[in-house]
Ligand binder design. Sequence first.
Ligand SMILES: [Fe+2]
Length: 228
Amino acid sequence: MKKQTQTDRLNNNSAYQSMALYGQQLKTRFYINPDNFLDWVYANHKWVQYNPRKQINRYGLSITSLNGGVDGIPDLDSLREYNQENETNYNEKDFKTRTPVAEYPELKNILDEFGDSVFRSHLLRLDPGGFFPPHRDHKEPFIDSFRLIVPLQYTNAPYFNFVIDGKITNWDSGFVYFADTTKEHYLFNGGGNPSYWIILNIENNVKNKNSFLIIVFFSSTISRKLSH
Ligand SMILES: [Fe+2]
């Protein structure tokens, strides 16, 4: 029998399952300069209301969408409610066309690591008082995509709270993190400034193992643990 290689062993797990073994939040080596990126966003793009059905101070800007547009319809709406109303059946994987926002070079480099495995992705702005109540991103046992999240500006306690499974995050701005949002999580902006985030949805499969290897095994947090 052929000797099982390390890659073969990794292949037995999907990307999400493999990362979740290491922690519910993992810092990667991917980085976007937040100030430069947000300057570019404000000079070139317009935010739209996130989930217009709810009067909450949340705005979004699509990185991927149905057709490459940035009107947020329906990718920044509540998909469940939009589907019910329009008798459609959209889900995360239907929003794979990159918008002009995805052209920003540092962002494009990250997206290119995942090829066509990038599902519904967007920027998020929570103005003061903006929040997402406690929820889980998956309600079924099958995890078809996982979240990579970039904290850009005003994303940390005490003013902003991002709590995953009862633990508050304290992340370094501009770095890409894996977050296990299958665990219950909530966000609340209790501060006086808008809070900016990038939310990427990546297909959970075994074929994007290269991206997975880069994320987990070349990230600073894991290497630090390996070399204690
Ligand atoms: Fe969530």
